[in-house]
Design a binder for this molecule. Structure first.
Ligand code: FES
Length: 124
């Protein structure tokens, strides 16, 4: 079976929104938030916070926030990734790029932490 990813994955505009407390996200995991009508997967990994669209582009199902996080090496650099719990496709946490299908990516959003809270919004 060939799965056609749902493209394009241009990051929709997102209003800056407080998602939760940093401590609400267990290290190495993600949570799902509905922001401006968009499902956003927010991850806390390696002391950093990342926000991606929650929809797995290969299945159209909102599951990425429940994916397993990990790291991989590209060009000698250690980078972070999340694997969709459905078909195990992996996505770079910073760029949203699919590691298996060049050209496929999920939307990525900016994040910041402030007073112990996680905020996410559109990239500048
Ligand atoms: S509702 Fe968001 S992951 Fe289940």
């Amino acid at each position: 079976m060939t799965l056609t990813p749902t493209l394009p994955a241009v990051s929709p505009t997102l209003p800056w929104t407080r998602v939760c407390a940093v401590s609400d996200i267990l290290p190495g995991t993600g949570v799902c938030a509905l922001i401006g009508g968009q499902q956003v997967a927010v991850f806390r990994v390696a002391g950093r916070v990342f926000a991606l669209g929650n929809l797995d582009p290969f299945t159209g199902v909102g599951v990425l926030s429940r994916g397993l996080t990990g790291s991989y090496t590209r060009d000698g650099q250690t980078r972070l990734k999340v694997a969709s719990p459905l078909l195990k496709h992996t996505f770079d946490l910073e760029t949203g790029e699919s590691l298996e299908a060049p050209g496929v990516r999920v939307p990525v959003y900016a994040t910041r932490t402030e007073g112990g809270d996680v905020w996410t919004g559109s990239l500048a």
